[in-house]
Design a protein around this ligand. Structure first.
Ligand SMILES: [Zn+2]
Length: 377
C-alpha cells in the first residue's frame, strides 16, 4: 500500500537572517544553507516536549464532501483513545529517530461535528480555533474512511512564528490529519502508525522524498516517502521506516559537525550509520543553486530492518524558495531498497561516488566513500 499524502507545508515568507546562530568554518552547499536558515526558526518545537491536541472529526453519514462521499463506515473514536495510541506508538518512534531530543506529546482535545459539505480542512480549522493556548499543533482523525483514490492524510508545518519561545497552534495552524483507515477493528490494538508518523514529520517541516512523476511516493528509505514500506516486507510492522539524514539535520537532531562537505576535487570520507548518534553521518556535494547530493550509510536494522542489506543511499535534493521540493533516491529503482554496495559506483550531478570499503554491524558499521568530479554519462 503506497501512501498518498498531500503536503500542506507553507513556503515561508523570506528566511531572513536565521543562519547567524551557527558559525562554521566550512560553508555547506548554498541550497542546504538556505534550508538550514529556514529550519533554525523551528527548533523550538523540534526539541523537547511538543504538544499536539488530538481531535476527532465526525463525518455525517450523508456527507457530500469529495473526501468522504459514499463511504458508509463510521468509527466510534474518542480523542482520549486516539491520543493513547499515538502516545504508545508515535512518541517512541520519534524518541528513537531524534536520539531522545524530540518528544511529541498527544493530549485529548475535542470533537468536531462536521457539516454535510465539510472537507477535512473545515474540521482542522475548528479544532485549531478551539485548541488550548499552550498547544503547539493539532492532530485530527476522521471517523470516516477516505475514497480509495484520495490521500490518506496531510500535514503542515504551519506559518513562521515570530515569537522566540513558543507559538500556540492558533497562531501557526500547525496541524496534521488522517482518515479512519488505521483505526479499523481488524487492526485490533496494533494499529499501523506509519501514516501518523509521516504526517507528524510534515508538522516538523519535513518534505517528501522519492516523489514520482505521477505523484506517488515509492521510496522504502524514508518515512516521508512510502511510510508503509516496512509492512510490505513484514506484515507485522506498524511503524514507518527511519528517515534521511537531511531531515535529522533540519530538525537539529544531527549536528552540523556530523556533515562532511565534499571538496571540489577528490575527497574520501568514512561514514557512520545515518541513524547512529555519533560520527560523520552524511556527506553533501553541491550541484547548483537549487540542487545538492546527500550520501549516507543506511543499515538494515531498527526501523530500517525491512532493507535487504546495509549500503550507501544517494539522494538528489531539489530546493526552491527555502523548501525541499523532492529528495530523489538515485540508487536502483523503486522502492530503492537495494543500496550501493562495496565496489560499486554511481554518477550523478557531475560527481562520481564510489564505495571503497564497508563493514561492521548496526551502530558499529563504517563505510568509506570517494567522491570526485565526473562528467555526466
Ligand atoms: Zn506527505
Amino acid at each position: 500500500m503506497s501512501v498518498a499524502c498531500t503536503s500542506g507545508a507553507t513556503v515561508p515568507a523570506g528566511s531572513s537572517g536565521a543562519s547567524t546562530t551557527v558559525v562554521s568554518a566550512a560553508e555547506l552547499p548554498a541550497p542546504l544553507e538556505e534550508l538550514l536558515a529556514v529550519a533554525a526558526d523551528r527548533q523550538w518545537f523540534t526539541h523537547g516536549d511538543d504538544t499536539f491536541d488530538v481531535w476527532i472529526c465526525h463525518v455525517p453519514l450523508d456527507s457530500t464532501a469529495s473526501m468522504y462521499a459514499g463511504t458508509p463506515l463510521r468509527l466510534a473514536l474518542t480523542p482520549a483513545d486516539v491520543a493513547e495510541v499515538l502516545n504508545r506508538q508515535v512518541t517512541p518512534y520519534y524518541d528513537t529517530l531524534s536520539h531522545g531530543l524530540y518528544h511529541p506529546v498527544f493530549n485529548a482535545g475535542g470533537e468536531v461535528q462536521m457539516a454535510v459539505a465539510d472537507e477535512p480542512q473545515a474540521c482542522l480549522d475548528e479544532a485549531i480555533a478551539e485548541a488550548g493556548a499552550g498547544t503547539n499543533a493539532v492532530f485530527a482523525v476522521a471517523d470516516a474512511d477516505h475514497g480509495s483514490s484520495d490521500p490518506g492524510g496531510f500535514g503542515s508545518v504551519g506559518e513562521p512564528c515570530a515569537v522566540v519561545v513558543v507559538c500556540a497552534v492558533g497562531a501557526t495552524n500547525r496541524s496534521a490529519y488522517i482518515g479512519a483507515a488505521d483505526f479499523h477493528a481488524e487492526w485490533g490494538d496494533q494499529q499501523p502508525m506509519d501514516l501518523a508518523e509521516h504526517e507528524v514529520g510534515h508538522t516538523l517541516g519535513w518534505m517528501h522524498s522519492g516523489v514520482e512523476d505521477r505523484g506517488g511516493y515509492l521510496s522504502a528509505l524514508d518515512v516521508m516517502s512510502n511510510s508503509a514500506a516496512p509492512r510490505d516486507v513484514d506484515a507485522t510492522r506498524r511503524d514507518g521506516p527511519d528517515t534521511l539524514a537531511l531531515n535529522r539535520l533540519l530538525a537539529g537532531w544531527l549536528p552540523r559537525s556530523a556533515v562532511w562537505n565534499a571538496p571540489t576535487a577528490r575527497g574520501t570520507v568514512t561514514l557512520a550509520p545515518s541513524m547512529s548518534a555519533a560520527g560523520t553521518r552524511v556527506a553533501v556535494v553541491a550541484i547548483d543553486d537549487n540542487h545538492f547530493l546527500t550520501i549516507e550509510l543506511l543499515t538494515a536494522d531498527g526501523f530500517n530492518d525491512h532493507l535487504p542489506a546495509d549500503g550507501i543511499a544517494v539522494h538528489r535534493v531539489e530546493v526552491s524558495g527555502g523548501v525541499v521540493q523532492n529528495s530523489a533516491p538515485l540508487v536502483g529503482e523503486a522502492p530503492y531498497a537495494d543500496l550501493l554496495q562495496v565496489g560499486a559506483s554511481l554518477t550523478a550531478g557531475g560527481w562520481r561516488i564510489t564505495v571503497d570499503a564497508g563493514g561492521g554491524d548496526g551502530p558499529d558499521a563504517a563505510w568509506t566513500v570517494t567522491i570526485l568530479p565526473s562528467v555526466e554519462p
